[in-house]
Ligand binder design. Structure first.
Ligand code: SF4
Length: 244
């Protein structure tokens, strides 16, 4: 009788399965009643949460992603909801004064600049895109205040396209894991390019939410919790000094 052998599990599958299990547990802890040891942050990163709440509406995702830059998750979430209640579309935002838009998103970091950029973006979308957020990397990058991180997050969270959003957490953890060799990558843009070459496409959309949350709770910038890490088996701990 021929013995059926199961296919070898790739390290990527192992890493992502472990991260998904950990993430689901965080979410469970967050929702459990009378939880005495809640996760220190909400289960989904703010933009993922907004994408869920607003049915992946591209304007909601774009606005929330811009607000999230250099801003804590809980602030982003509250500011996004306040803004989207008054400005659910680019046209609605243009009916607000600059002062009003800034007040709605306060205390998001750089709230005046972000309010001004969102107003400029709303005008551009109405003039060139019939009020719609384009599902196009180059067009997104041409908008004020939109870099690759924002554009990739909009493409994946709003349009469900294969895009890799690399923020500081994805950049730090993937380098610590040793995915790019001992030299690593110098900046998030380089990490994105390197990941495109090695990461199976099925994980592109998911890597951001998983590693953002993992970086906030376990693989912290300073002194990561390696002793509690669910992916330590695969980690080379490149550049990690003090750890807990
Ligand atoms: S083993 Fe440590 S450095 Fe590596 S991913 Fe886990 S927490 Fe981060």
């Amino acid at each position: 009788m021929k013995i059926q052998q199961s296919p070898p599990v790739s390290p990527w599958d192992g890493v992502f399965a472990a991260l998904e299990t950990w993430y689901a547990r965080q979410k469970g802890d967050e929702n459990r009643e009378n939880n005495e040891d809640p996760a220190p942050v909400a289960a989904d990163p703010s933009v993922t949460a907004i994408a869920g709440l607003y049915r992946r509406d591209p304007w909601a995702v774009l606005a929330s992603t811009i607000l999230s830059l250099r801003t804590k998750d809980e602030v982003t979430l509250a500011a996004s909801k306040r803004l989207l209640e008054k400005a659910p579309t680019p046209a609605a935002l243009l009916s607000l004064s600059a002062e009003e838009a800034a007040r709605l998103i306060y205390p998001a970091g750089f709230y005046r600049t972000k309010a001004a950029n969102l107003t400029k973006i709303a005008r551009i979308l109405l003039e060139r895109e019939e009020g719609q957020v384009p599902a196009d990397m180059d067009k997104l990058l041409a908008l004020p205040g939109v870099g690759r991180k924002t554009a990739n997050l909009v493409l994946s969270e709003a349009f469900d396209l294969d895009a890799i959003c690399v923020d500081i957490h994805v950049h730090r953890i993937s380098n610590r894991m040793g995915w790019f060799g001992p030299g690593g990558t110098a900046a998030p843009d380089k990490t994105e390019a390197a990941l495109r070459g090695i990461l199976p496409k099925k994980y592109w959309k998911r890597i951001n939410a998983l590693l953002v949350r993992y970086g906030q709770i376990i693989c912290r910038p300073v002194s990561p919790f390696c002793s509690r890490c669910v992916i330590s088996t695969w980690c080379s701990r490149c550049g990690v000094g003090k750890a807990r």
